[in-house]
Design a protein around this ligand. Structure first.
Ligand SMILES: [Zn+2]
Length: 122
């Protein structure tokens, strides 16, 4: 199995509903998102999928979240905007655009440089 990883970032504000602690108050993050993509076959020049294309798709998804307030008016407004839910949203959006023969292994969303959440399908 071969794999590629694309990484991009976005900034957004959120708070966590139903959570007791610092994160129940509105605050912001510079989120870093990794999309891990796998496939079994390389093309004639040894490439799984053009990283430029993969990054363009990820950037397009993140543009819809960048500088937003995730709890209101964003695609995540109906969910609690945790890193886990953000990862699942990005996974499902990215899945719509991925070429046949490739799979998304995992989407990781880093909230700080020390903590992240992820989503994958099994
Ligand atoms: Zn937070």
């Amino acid at each position: 199995m071969f794999g590629i990883i694309v990484k991009e970032s976005f900034s957004a504000a959120h708070f966590l509903r139903g959570y007791k602690g610092k994160c129940e108050s509105i605050h912001g993050h510079n989120y870093v998102v990794e999309v891990h993509i796998e496939g079994e076959k390389l093309d004639s020049i040894g490439i799984l999928w053009d990283l430029v294309e993969a990054k363009k798709i990820l950037r397009g998804i993140l543009e819809g979240l960048d500088h937003s307030f995730l709890n209101e008016g964003s695609p995540l407004a109906s969910l609690n905007p945790t890193v886990e839910n953000i990862a699942r949203y990005i996974f499902l959006e990215f899945k719509k655009a991925i070429p046949p023969g490739l799979i998304i292994k995992r989407v990781v969303v880093w909230e700080t440089d020390k903590s992240a959440g992820y989503y994958e399908e099994r």
